[in-house]
Design a protein around this ligand. Structure first.
Ligand code: ASP
Length: 309
């Protein structure tokens, strides 16, 4: 059997063991493991990497523990506006959506943009019209509501400040989600989905839906999904930079990820992390924060589900 592997994340940030209860830790680990198993099972049955990353991210979107789909953070207007993207390493096909409201699974809408439209990126009203034409599942605002995130927004509402999940020191839920995979056919894929940042202004777009910034896949190198302070990930073109270091400088995966996260991103003031898989199935996590909700598993590697550094 050929190799396959998968990794996922549920966000990086100030995640400290001392501020986590045993019950909460258990809930997070169970949610990560459930999503991991779904993706792993698809790959084990010789399914495609793109199916595996979509399904994995859908399950994370369906969990209110993470800032994506159900449980997305509140915007300055008290709404939920979501961003997502997906990319296939074999063809370099990609799909992305931004500023969408009430879509149950933004990652699936991104995949429909990739496969059923002539475009790569649809935003706002146009993305909503496309979603309706594709008969996507919509949900009422109440579905996305999470009490904890509502309180997060109340704390900074009308201050003019925005808040990244990552930059706070108190006990927080973090949560952009993503997955990367290599399938038995030798193809890699990456998917990323987020509610963005609390109190974000109308029209703000982060790195998660931007191909090359928060998400990238190329069979020649790797697949990458990021989480962190989006503005810095955009400026650092982080996901593509990892791929470039491998393609043009022959870095191995771990080296490329660490160079980007611990040096290049740090240098411009960005914090966060990423997950990546290369075309040989090697899996990597790299983050410059206290923790990152993460998990991985492969045909030739053990299952890991972890939160702290
Ligand atoms: N990168 C996301 C954004 O800036 C936030 C996150 O990773 O939690 O929208």
């Amino acid at each position: 059997m050929s190799k396959f592997s998968i990794a996922l994340h549920g966000g990086a940030g100030t995640i400290l063991k001392q501020s986590m209860t045993a019950d909460k830790e258990k809930a997070y680990k169970e949610a990560l493991e459930k999503a991991l198993l779904a993706g792993y099972t698809i790959l084990e049955k010789k399914g495609s990497a793109v199916d595996a990353v979509e399904k994995t991210v859908m399950l994370l979107e369906d969990s209110p523990l993470f800032n994506a789909g159900k449980g997305s953070v509140f915007t300055a207007e008290g709404k939920h506006e979501m961003d997502a993207s997906i990319m296939e390493g074999r063809t370099l096909n990609a799909g992305a959506i931004s500023m969408v409201k009430n879509i149950k699974n933004p990652v699936s809408l991104a995949r429909l943009v990739m496969e059923k439209s002539d475009h790569v990126f649809l935003a706002g009203e146009g993305a909503a019209i496309f979603a309706k034409s594709m008969k996507c599942e919509f949900r009422e605002d109440a579905y996305f509501y999470d009490e904890f995130r509502y309180q997060q927004w109340q704390d900074i509402k009308n201050t003019g400040k925005t808040q990244l999940d990552h930059s706070v020191t108190k006990d927080e839920k973090f949560g952009t989600v993503g997955a990367v995979a290599l399938d038995v056919h030798g193809n890699v894929a990456a998917a990323t989905s987020t509610g963005g940042m609390t109190n974000k202004s109308f029209g703000r777009v982060g790195d998660s839906p931007m191909i090359g910034a928060g998400n990238y896949a190329n069979n020649n190198t790797c697949a990458v999904s990021c989480t962190g302070s989006g503005e810095f990930f955009i400026r650092g073109v982080v996901a593509y930079d990892v791929s470039c270091l491998m393609e043009y400088k022959n870095f191995i995966l771990q080296q490329a990820c660490d160079e980007v996260i611990h040096h290049r991103l740090k240098k411009i003031g960005g914090d966060g992390g990423l997950i990546a898989v290369d075309s040989q199935g090697n899996l990597t996590f790299s983050f410059n924060t206290e923790g990152m909700y993460r998990a991985c598993w492969g045909s030739e590697s053990d299952k890991i589900v972890a939160i702290y550094k």
